[in-house]
Design a binder for this molecule. Structure first.
Ligand code: ADP
Ligand code: MG
Length: 258
């Protein structure tokens, strides 16, 4: 029985390595806290990369709700065939797969802990048929849980992008996520500051609603800043986040240059 399990794990690891060998760069997007905009940032980075002609996939590892599929207007259940679980393509061709789509209902997410969740993440990494991709982005759940640990132990990530908001509280919690990545030898690329400011619709002046400087304490480079923009929440609700226009040259170059 034990050797059987060991053998299965070995096969699973080989499958993961085989899948990941076809992917150019593997980047995780995380933060210590929920609701700071990880899924928005992941979606915007993916959309920007797709606009530059790159092939991109998103693996949504947050089982507490299907936010990535919703932001891209995807409601179909993924199908499987003999090459694996087939990701769903967005309008601009981003390949999307979400663990939450495999849960019968949201309450189940709460009792998915420890070994079970780790097992599900490994199985996902082994079974999703991405094919060849330039970039695979991993949208992480909040905190420093078994999901993050399993991901970073199973594959060699090329980088970790931290999402923060200017509130000091968010920044303090984010520290934990950064330490975890560093302990697991994942290169921390820097931070994307979400909800960083708001532009006045009349005069264009920028207002720092949550103050400024909370993220300085982290000692992280802020690569790009994203405003609070009602267009973002509207496009999320409509499943059209790909249509949002944002200049993401800095994060693009940073990932390109790894
Ligand atoms: N910069 C922003 N401007 C306006 N609304 C935003 C912004 N960032 C996030 N939101 C809203 O907040 C919600 C939560 O963001 P989300 O990316 O799902 O957070 P997380 O993944 O960190 O839990 C989104 O559905 C969106 O409506
Ligand atoms: Mg999310």
């Amino acid at each position: 029985m034990e050797s059987n399990t060991k053998e299965n794990l070995k096969v699973q690891k080989m499958n993961i390595d085989e899948r990941m060998s076809k992917i150019g760069k593997k980047i995780a997007i995380g933060s210590g806290k929920g609701g700071v905009g990880k899924s928005v940032v992941t979606s915007l980075i993916a959309s920007y990369f797709a606009k530059q002609g790159k092939t991109v996939g998103i693996l949504d590892l947050d089982i507490t709700g299907p936010s990535i599929p919703m932001m891209f207007g995807i409601d179909e259940k993924p199908i499987g065939n003999n090459s694996g679980i087939i990701p769903v393509s967005s309008n601009s061709g981003i390949k999307i797969m979400s663990m939450s789509l495999f849960l019968p209902n949201n309450e189940d997410a709460i009792i998915w802990r420890g070994l079970r969740i780790s097992g599900a993440v490994s199985q996902f990494l082994a079974d999703v048929a991405w094919g060849d991709l330039d970039y695979l982005l991993f949208d992480l759940p909040p905190g420093t849980s078994d999901v993050q640990l399993t991901l970073m132990q199973n594959i060699k990530l090329d980088g970790f992008v931290v999402v923060t908001s200017p509130q000091i509280l968010a920044a303090t919690i984010v520290k934990k996520a950064v330490s975890m990545a560093e302990e697991l030898n994942v290169k921390v690329l820097g931070a994307i500051e979400n909800m960083a400011y708001m532009s006045c619709p009349d005069c264009g002046k920028e207002f720092d609603i949550f103050g400024k400087g909370g993220n300085d304490k982290l000692g992280l480079t802020i690569i790009n800043r994203i405003p609070i923009d009602p267009k973002i929440s509207k496009l999320c609700d409509e499943g059209k986040i790909e249509d949002y226009q944002i200049e993401f040259k800095d994060i693009y170059q940073r990932i390109e240059n790894i």
